[in-house]
Ligand binder design. Structure first.
Ligand code: MIC
Ligand code: SF4
Length: 661
């Protein structure tokens, strides 16, 4: 039987299991990436594993999320990360050099290779045929030490693109269309593989906008075939020799097929506060706009910023609307500056930020209270912009720029009609990227140019907390009951005031679930154990393992939810918290404060493969909860998490690579 592109790459990297949907597979990882806010724990755990050197073909450490260094704690983190990259043999991208996904795409992403990253938007280079997956930090540490990465083999779904985008519709609208159709849960357990005649009309930066937003669908990853456009992209960076042909076999079988006729798309917008609340721009036209931001790993490329620059030529932004551009990489900034576009945009009223994630996670450019912000980003979860009850809309750079000109949400087609001389700027590839940047770029330090060879730990760099093996008895109160689609931004917010404690778990854990209930952390500390209860898709969003690590630190034993997001569920296993699935009726019946007891000998039941667990509530009624876990995940859970598990395996074996099977 023929294979899909995803199956071909997975097959080439398979070290364990079979490519059967739902079966656990182990794959070899060629490249890893990590960033500043998840990276400190990646390296602390790498150190705790006793590793001496990076074992993958390539590892890259980026400093991109908090680059303004408002607090010495951020700067200490960055210095620690540089020292870890130097000591262990990773590339180091300095603060301000750009967002990990953008810089990685430009310098290292290669078709046919596997990439694992401690950031949920790691799938971005799927747009150039890389099989890239986001995961928790400890998974990166283990892969970087030469261990396999394990996942349940996802379904491969074919998204067939037909036709050509009409004027003013963009790649962002393709992704928003899918979000509107499928929802933020629509991709869980799936890989989206794009094919069809519409693909050849899209450039690599457009494709990576789509693969980047696949994360918002909950997908494991998204991937495009390779072609002339991929070759052209790689050659811009002097990397054409890394090109490989990738396409599905004619008789490849997909689990499902979705067809999108590009010619039927129009400018779309995601309304506050979920990326799947998508409507045509015309439906919300006329809403006053206070702030517009172009940037992020979704639409921060040179090619994403240029259309806005062209639309602003000879115009100015509306007096009541602030417009900010935050390029995705310094390379994009430099090109815009060298070509004069930065000056043009500044003259039109635009302010420039350094190349950073920044505003995407509430660091800088926090919207005013009761104001409207239009952003070209990928997430608008409530409060993520840095203020509660925010009104953040997600859209294309063209829709964002149209709003900056008009001072209100407007379909750019209507603005063009009104102004008479506004043309669709189209999509133009940059051609002045520096070849061989990885070697020449002063902001990207290669392992053989390392500045440090020992770890430098400032006072904010803490230890890795460890959990004991799973107990036979698990009981405690339901400390918090939550609804559907609780994001990792609810569990551990990423705003500046909190982000600086990512390397200091005792302090960070004080903020756990504060966005849902600010008494939670103290109540959890005061309680002798306890559980979290949630609806569907618990833990969607980020890969941050802190969303499992902090509840673990506070003594939480497990989560009872209707369903879990993929990366977060893996993180719960990795930190020894039991993720149990419950049905809708039982979810309704459990109240916050109820006493929960798992009746079975939990440690024994987990190890023996038991799937159904009896949960007694208030010593009054019982429900059945399900543990959907592989044998390997059960061992990790029973051993108290992945770090103790791998250390145990490692001590028992003589091999150098940290396996976790
Ligand atoms: C995000 O977009 O939520 C983040 C911030 O990039 C996270 C990583 C983190 O929490 O550090 C992600 O997507 O994984
Ligand atoms: Fe950075 Fe935002 Fe992209 Fe996350 S989604 S990597 S915070 S730009």
């Amino acid at each position: 039987m023929g294979q899909t592109i995803a199956e071909k790459i997975l097959d080439d990297h398979l070290v364990e299991g079979e490519l059967e949907t739902g079966e656990e597979i182990g794959i070899e990882i060629d490249q890893v990436l990590t960033q500043d806010t998840t990276g400190t724990f990646v390296w602390l755990q790498f150190e705790a594993l006793g590793m001496d050197e990076v074992q993958t073909e390539l590892a890259a450490q980026y400093c991109d999320h908090q680059t303004y260094q408002f607090d010495f704690k951020n700067t200490d983190d960055h210095r620690f990360l540089r020292s870890a990259a130097g000591k262990y043999g990773a590339y180091f991208s300095r603060p301000g050099n750009g967002i990990c996904h953008n810089v990685h795409k430009e310098n290292f992403a290669a078709p046919g290779k596997t990439l694992l990253g401690s950031d949920s938007h790691t799938p971005t280079p799927g747009g150039l045929g890389q099989l890239a997956i986001g995961a928790g930090g400890i998974d990166i540490s283990v892969a970087m030490g030469g261990g396999a990465y394990y996942i349940e083999m996802p379904e491969v779904v074919n998204v067939r693109l037909e036709g050509e985008l009409p004027e003013w519709a963009t790649a962002k609208d393709i992704a928003l269309h899918l979000l509107g159709e499928l929802s933020v849960k629509g991709g869980v357990g799936k890989i989206f593989e794009y094919t069809g005649p519409g693909v050849e009309n899209l450039t690599v930066p457009e494709r990576t906008t789509i693969t980047n937003l696949g994360t918002e669908l909950g997908a494991t990853t998204s991937i495009f075939p390779t072609d002339e456009k991929t070759k052209e992209w790689l050659s811009l960076f002097g990397r054409e020799d890394e090109y490989v042909d990738l396409e599905p076999d004619d008789d490849a079988e997909y689990a499902d097929q979705i067809t999108v006729d590009l010619s039927e798309l129009e400018p779309l917008i995601a309304c506050p506060s979920m990326p799947d609340k998508v409507v045509p721009v015309r439906e919300v036209a006329g809403t006053d706009v206070d702030q517009v931001i172009i940037g992020s790993c979704t639409n921060g490329a040179y090619e994403d910023i240029l259309p806005g620059a062209k639309m602003l030529e000879g115009r100015t932004t509306d007096k009541k609307t602030e417009m900010i551009v935050a390029p995705g990489s310094k390379q994009a900034s430099e090109m815009l500056a060298r070509e004069g576009w930065t000056a043009e945009m500044m003259a039109a009223g635009v302010n420039f930020s350094e190349a950073t994630c920044g505003a995407c996670i509430g660091i800088g450019h926090v919207p005013a209270s009761d104001s409207v912000s239009l952003r070209t980003f990928n997430r608008n979860f409530e409060g993520r912009s840095g203020i509660e009850n925010d009104n953040v809309y997600l859209c294309s750079p063209e829709v964002a720029t149209a709003a900056a000109i008009a001072g209100e949400i407007v379909d750019p087609r209507d603005l063009a009609d009104e102004l008479g001389d506004l043309e669709d700027p189209g999509f133009e590839m940059g051609d002045k990227y520096g070849p061989g940047m990885a070697q020449d770029d002063p902001d990207l330090i290669a392992p053989d140019e390392a500045v440090d060879d020992e770890l430098i730990k400032g006072p904010n760099i803490g230890d890795v907390p460890l959990k004991d093996e799973l107990d036979a008895e698990l009981k405690g109160p339901a400390l918090l009951k939550m609804e559907d689609n609780i994001t990792t931004d609810h569990i551990i917010p990423a705003t500046q005031d909190i982000l600086m404690y990512r390397s200091n778990i005792p302090k960070l854990s004080e903020f756990t679930l504060s966005r849902v209930d600010d008494t939670f952390a103290q109540r959890a500390l005061d309680s002798d154990g306890g559980f979290l209860v949630a609806g569907e898709n618990y833990g969607q969003g980020s890969s941050r393992e802190h969303a499992a690590l902090c509840p673990m630190y506070l003594g939480i034993e497990g989560v009872l939810a209707q369903s879990f997001a993929r990366i977060h569920k893996a993180n719960l296993f990795n930190f020894g918290l039991i993720p149990l699935e419950i049905d809708a009726a039982d979810y309704e019946n459990i109240e916050q404060g109820d006493d929960i007891e798992i009746v079975d000998d939990v440690a024994e039941a987990v190890r023996s493969g038991q799937e159904e667990f009896t949960v007694r509530v208030n010593d009054d009624w019982e429900l059945t909860a399900t543990l959907d876990a592989s044998e390997r995940e059960r061992e990790i859970l029973a051993n108290g998490g992945k770090l103790p598990h791998v250390k145990k395996q490692h001590d028992e074996s003589s091999g150098a690579a940290p396996a976790d099977d």
